[in-house]
Write a protein that binds this ligand. Structure first.
Ligand SMILES: [Zn+2]
Length: 410
């Protein structure tokens, strides 16, 4: 039986409800047992390392929030900008990638990320790593290798159904089943022609049958889709989340709000490309126009009540593991989300999408005490994620080095 207290100046509980001030959290056996809001008299007795005979950690000038979740990463890939490295890494064997995946996971944890969903890699290395490291300190949900149509986008993260098999049959026959099924249903954004839409990779019937199969096997479905038709097909067939969703349009957003389908807008990918002037000023300009368009869609999604589950696409060009999540969240603020809504997208929403809401996502009595402490008031978030003071996993404070993101490289 262990019991301790933690006091903080502000609390964001992850559900989107308003910031609360002066919170005293009691942790018993790794779980939050109570949240109290002491009055002035009680407050004056806090801050001396002890409360009611139990240890007290006090952070009066800091904010407490649930551990973060990045719903879209590629652990087998680096987010560095070096194109030679990016090409070379695609040929890595698992023996080379395993330690790199480990480093990226540890780096993410040091920045307050407690769970990620991996969107796939061509070798299925992230899935293999997780199977060999079941006690990874970050919870990892994996898609393994994604599915794409022959001749279409997705070679670096996916495979095609076997000759003569349908998508549904291939999912059923998959001998390395993962938590999520990842389906690629469009191309990627064109940097030479703003807003060019690609055709869906799979038709409505194929997707419907594939999703039924995946659900029957207990797996969730994440769909890479940009443009109206590719998103519409995936939404109408009943996916769990739309990944990217650039140029999907208002009708799709309405359907997603109605059906409670999550959206991971991965807006920072375009910001990273817009900063890459080496690729040519025109391409950088197109990327920033795409970003603007995506921020408008996000703003509309907020009005319509679409559930945003933040994902970064870490491992893409210029999208660094761990670091990118705060950048994605800053873009949500730019799109008009409140701090509470923004944090919800990387906590409670992510936990529900990943099926981890028993472990992560909210700070309330009964939940595991998985939380972060960042400097300053709640209104400094998400920028203050760069000033992470402490990470608590199941009530245990991690060592300062492990939670100081600036000291970790990779
Ligand atoms: Zn991706």
């Amino acid at each position: 039986m262990s019991k301790s207290y933690c006091f903080a100046g502000w609390l964001i509980d992850g559900t989107g409800s308003p910031v609360k001030k002066d919170v005293l959290i009691c942790v018993e056996n790794g779980l939050v047992s109570s949240l109290e809001f002491p009055g002035p008299e009680e407050l004056s007795r806090l801050g001396h390392g002890e409360f009611s005979g139990f240890t007290l950690e006090s952070y009066p000038a800091s904010t407490l929030l649930p551990g973060l979740i990045d719903c879209h990463v590629h652990l087998a890939m680096s987010g560095k900008r070096d194109q030679k490295l990016r090409l070379r890494q695609l040929r890595n064997e698992f023996e080379q990638n395993g330690p790199l995946i480990h480093e990226r996971i540890e780096k993410s944890l040091g920045l307050g990320i407690m769970a990620v969903r991996d969107g796939g890699d061509v070798g299925g290395h992230a899935l293999r790593y997780i199977r060999q490291n079941a006690h990874s300190r970050v919870l990892v949900k994996c898609a393994g290798k994604g599915w794409r149509a022959p001749g279409r986008y997705g070679r670096i993260i996916g495979r095609t159904p076997e000759n003569g098999s349908t998508l549904a049959e291939s999912i059923k026959a998959d001998c390395a089943p993962a938590d999520h099924v990842k389906i690629l249903n469009s191309g990627i954004n064109s940097l030479s022609e703003f807003g060019r839409e690609t055709a869906p990779q799979f038709d409505r019937d194929e997707l419907g049958e594939a999703f039924r199969q995946a659900r029957g096997l207990g797996r969730k479905i994440m769909v890479h889709a940009n443009g109206r038709l590719p998103v519409e097909f995936a939404v109408e067939a009943g996916c769990d989340s739309i990944e990217h969703g650039f140029f999907m349009g208002e009708d799709n957003l309405k359907k997603m709000a109605d059906r409670q389908i999550f959206w991971a807008p991965t807006a920072f990918t375009m910001k990273a490309l817009s900063a890459d002037t080496a690729a040519g000023a025109e391409q950088a300009k197109t990327a920033s126009m795409i970003l603007e368009n995506q921020l408008e869609q996000m703003s509309r999604a907020r009005e319509l009540g679409v559930a945003i589950a933040s994902g970064t696409d870490a491992g893409s060009f210029g999208v660094r593991h761990g670091l990118a999540l705060a950048e994605e969240l800053k873009l949500m603020i730019e799109a008009g989300f409140s701090v509470e809504e923004t944090i919800r997208s990387a906590t409670y929403a992510g936990a529900r999408l990943l099926g981890l809401d028993h472990e992560l996502g909210r700070l309330c009595p009964g939940m595991p005490a998985n939380f972060l402490v960042v400097s300053g008031p709640a209104s400094d978030l998400p920028g203050s994620l760069a000033d992470l003071e402490a990470v608590y996993r199941r009530g245990e404070k991690m060592t300062p080095r492990a939670c100081n993101g600036r000291a970790v490289h990779g």
